[in-house]
Write a protein that binds this ligand. Sequence first.
Ligand code: COA
Length: 193
Amino acid sequence: MNEPRIWIRGERAGLGPFTEDLVDQYWQWEQDPGTLVGYGRQTPDSLANRREGFQHQARGTDDQLRFTVYDVAAVPPTPVGATAVLIDHHVRTGEFIIQLGPDHRGNGLGTEATRLTLDYAFHITNLRCVYLSVLSPNKAAITAYEHAGFRVIGEKRNSGYWLGQPANETLMDAIPDDFVGPSAVRQLIAPDR
Ligand SMILES: CC(C)(COP(=O)(O)OP(=O)(O)OC[C@H]1O[C@@H](n2cnc3c(N)ncnc32)[C@H](O)[C@@H]1OP(=O)(O)O)[C@@H](O)C(=O)NCCC(=O)NCCS
């Protein structure tokens, strides 16, 4: 089996291209009940629709960062999830999105994949701010985001559902000055500076 292409890597997680070869895998991760609840989505998507959606995403790369997350401790590295940043070029900001497959959660991969995506967004894409909203009961996600360098900036009330109950959304953001590092991008491009 060929080694997958990985652009930047940390100790456990790495980021590589978002690729058509893995679209059925993305679909599976996205339809997992934990992902649906985490995103406040209420109906599963069809594989046919997801494949069509991939084609749309593949044509929109100017406005979005999309990565496959790999577990780089596995041999060969295994795809475990995906991250994205949806860019607003007018203000140089972007909205962060992540999901990992259910078998790969709770091992620190989400934290590291989030940090690597911020690293890319700040040091290659030159964004000024990356933000997200997360359902407030989604404590694992909020903890992972905080460890990766996001901070809580507020709460939107009654704006979602969690397991059948109305829920608030926690709003978080990160700016380059908050970046916790180490920077895998800097290490790659200018290791001596
Ligand atoms: C959210 C997600 C990406 C996090 O990735 P992960 O690899 O599971 O997270 P990590 O293991 O890096 O970190 C989770 C942290 O939350 C902690 N945690 C887990 N459950 C918790 C809870 N109920 N309360 C408080 N902390 C909790 C863990 O202990 C860990 O902290 P630690 O590193 O100090 O031990 C992943 O769980 C996922 O894909 N979930 C489904 C989709 C989703 O909800 N996406 C987010 C939508 S906004």
